[in-house]
Design a protein around this ligand. Sequence first.
Ligand SMILES: [Fe+2]
Length: 247
Amino acid sequence: MSDKIHDLGAGFWNIRGSFRLGGVLDIGTQCSLVRLESGKFIFLDSYELTGEVRDEIMALTNNGKDVEAVLNVHPFHTISCAQMAKDFPQATFYGSSRHHKQVSEVQWADDLVESEAVAQRYPELKFSMSEGIHYISPNEMIHAGSLLAYHPASKSLHVDDTFMSPPMKLLEVVLPELILHPTTKKALKNEPNAGKEYCDWATKIAQDWDVRNFCAAHSYLVKFEEGEFKKALLKAINKVRPKLENA
Ligand SMILES: [Fe+2]
């Protein structure tokens, strides 16, 4: 898979990259570039930029100098943070407490990426932390939880593992579908209402955010027409709600 940059308009770019599971199977990964009101830029997630995509980003960002911060929104996506810090040495790096522990060579900002302080700093984006499930699961194999970022100006949602699109089928070109991360049930917090809390949170995302560009880490960029994202996410939630609520 060669890297690609998609200009989604209104100052939002999604970069599709590659990530090889166990060094073999390429499941893909992503980062996004957001232009702020001030004219500066931030990244959502870290990625080792190379080739033409890197050239394009450097051209957009005054050779990287206008990138003021990198917000790493998935606690288990840590592999490119150190490289990103070398590429954008002047940027402030935000991450979860797991990023701080895992990638100690990066000088992390004290404010965690999911903090209110960071959300206030970037009103160009709306953030939502998954509820009812672990953000940082004690089981390293469970990656369902993350911090979601929505860019209203371009109607783009940047989400790593929490929501996904199923493998492309011909029909989905007409009717795009969504699925929840396969480890969602295992990620539930050990609390009586965790399943309901998760489903209610996901329902609220479906209702509140008018997503047209769905950018998920290990699937592809899915375009939705008006109302389709809501329909697809509600369908995915309703399908698993009984299983999650009785977990
Ligand atoms: Fe992931």
